[in-house]
Design a protein around this ligand. Structure first.
Ligand SMILES: [Zn+2]
Length: 71
C-alpha cells in the first residue's frame, strides 16, 4: 500500500538549508524545525528541474518547428 504520509514528505527550508518535514497551510508550507516558509526544491535542485524542463521544451519545439533552420 502506498501512502503519501507526513513522515516521508519533505520540502526544502532555506533557513535550515536542508530538506525538512513541514506543515501545510492553504497558502504554503512551513518548516517544523524553524517555522520558516519552505519551498519545493533546494536552489541546486531547482536549477536541475528548470534545466530538465528546457530540454523537454526544446525537443518538443524542434520536432514541430522545421521552418527555421538552426544556425
Ligand atoms: Zn527550517
Amino acid at each position: 500500500m502506498v501512502h503519501n504520509d507526513f513522515d516521508t514528505d519533505h520540502r526544502y527550508c532555506p533557513s535550515c538549508r536542508r530538506y525538512v518535514r513541514y506543515l501545510l497551510s492553504p497558502q504554503r508550507g512551513y518548516c517544523t524545525r524553524c517555522a520558516g516558509p519552505v519551498q519545493l526544491f533546494s536552489p541546486t535542485d531547482e536549477v536541475e528541474f528548470h534545466r530538465d524542463l528546457r530540454i523537454v521544451g526544446r525537443s518538443e519545439r524542434d520536432s514541430q518547428d522545421r521552418v527555421r533552420p538552426s544556425l
